[in-house]
Design a protein around this ligand. Structure first.
Ligand SMILES: Cc1cc2nc3c(=O)[nH]c(=O)nc-3n(C[C@H](O)[C@H](O)[C@H](O)COP(=O)(O)O)c2cc1C
Length: 387
């Protein structure tokens, strides 16, 4: 309530990236000071036992995690975990440091609880992030999301990802290959081109095989694939021996927007996230679950805003759920509220715990082929990549 007022009166008047920087700086300090971290952890961060999930060989105190992009350089994940998140996916990290696209590059669609961004993977690079992560404590669980450096060619993408994996794998509890950020010319083609995905996974896997303990490997896919492409990726993920899939990244479509669909913010190029993504994100998850839910750990992202959203994804096959945009709008108490609501739903259900409810609603994949998704925003920002 207080945050909502503060957001309406103050934060929404400021540039989203400035607010982000402020929050990061506050939480970095809170997370770095033992006493503050403990106080936060014992209040907001207290998690009900029914939320516990074991997945990817790891123990998660809550299935609710931070989606990639929020903590790009792995500098404030401890503060985020102290607010109640069960894990943090840091990154996207690229092999070489890069500044990202020119600002402004994040836009709020407040009435839709959505964002459009074309960040362009600004980050300090794999070596610097590895140095930061090397000093981390065993908790919280940290996944590292890696992507293609802007200046790397598509032919050099395998080597580029491999270099990041070499440097970062030993500091990660799990690794995610991001092949789905929109507006990176050619990047999303890796998802649908089975040969490209296979050689990328093989290159990274070679690096991971040299790392002990074994680091689980996942691929993050986008929502703008056709249904048959989603099915093909599920099959391929199993064939390639991937541990899981993260679904979904942002969309280049502008579907699901309310009355502000024609606003200047909606017309900005880049990926749309938040509530408008909910329907397609659930569809993709259900498809993946029907196809490969027995063999893969599914991590759901996209428009998760309420405890009911998270519970729906868990029933639909997600072992873990992630959010970015709802946290921006919900504020620091949002993860705590989500955990409380989710624990209540689990306890009052016939399953009793989150873990027991995973995939309880397995649905057969619909046979229908999706038609091309319209309308779309301009696919490429003026310079570089989105996110
Ligand atoms: C500002 C912003 C930056 C993002 N950066 C990344 C990124 O670097 N790597 C990535 O894989 N996803 C990135 N994402 C996508 C999110 O991780 C997530 O998949 C997507 O936003 C859908 O979840 P949401 O609706 O909860 O935001 C970003 C999203 C936003 C809003």
């Amino acid at each position: 309530m207080i945050y909502r007022l503060f957001f309406r009166l103050v934060l929404r008047r400021l540039d989203p990236e400035r607010v982000h920087g402020l929050a990061a700086s506050l939480l970095r300090h809170a997370g770095g000071v033992g006493l503050l971290r403990d106080v936060l952890g014992r209040t907001l961060g207290r998690r009900d036992g029914v939320l516990r999930v074991r997945a990817l060989g790891l123990d998660f105190p809550s299935p609710l995690g931070v989606a990639a992009g929020l903590d790009k350089n792995a500098t404030w994940f401890e503060g985020l975990a102290a607010l109640g998140f069960g894990f943090v996916e840091v990154g996207t990290v690229t092999a070489q440091a890069q500044p990202g696209n020119p600002r402004p590059r994040v836009f709020r669609l407040v009435n839709d609880r959505a964002l459009v961004n074309r960040m362009g993977f600004p980050n300090t690079g794999a070596e610097a992030v590895a140095t930061t992560l090397a000093a981390r404590r065993p908790h919280p669980v940290v996944g590292v999301n890696i992507g293609k450096t802007k200046v790397a060619t598509m032919d050099g993408a395998g080597e580029d990802y491999r270099q990041s994996a070499r440097v970062l794998a030993r500091h990660a509890d799990f690794l995610v290959l991001n092949v789905s950020s929109p507006n990176t010319p050619g990047l999303r083609d890796i998802q649908a081109a089975s040969g490209r995905l296979a050689s990328l996974v093989a290159a990274v896997r070679e690096e991971l095989d040299a790392t002990t303990p074994r680091v689980p490997l996942l691929v993050k896919i986008g929502p703008d694939l056709t249904d048959s492409e989603v099915d093909a990726i599920a099959d391929q993920a199993v064939a390639l021996g991937l541990d899981g899939l993260v679904a979904v990244n942002t969309t280049t479509t502008r579907e699901g927007l309310g009355v502000r669909a024609g606003s200047p913010q909606a017309a900005e190029s880049g990926g749309l996230s938040g509530v408008p993504l909910k329907v397609r994100a659930l569809e993709v998850l259900e498809r993946l679950n029907a196809r490969a839910g027995e063999d893969l750990v599914l991590v759901a992202a996209g428009g998760i805003d309420t405890p009911e959203d998270a519970w729906e994804r868990i029933l639909a096959g997600a072992s873990l759920v992630q959010a970015y945009t709802a946290f921006v709008y919900g504020g620091p108490v949002w993860p705590h509220r989500m955990n409380r609501g989710l624990a209540k739903l689990a306890r009052e259900s016939e399953y009793g715990t989150v873990e027991a409810a995973i995939g309880a609603m397995r649905k057969p994949a619909a046979p229908r082929e999706r038609s091309p998704r319209v309308p779309s925003a301009p696919p490429n920002p003026p310079a570089g990549q989105a996110q």
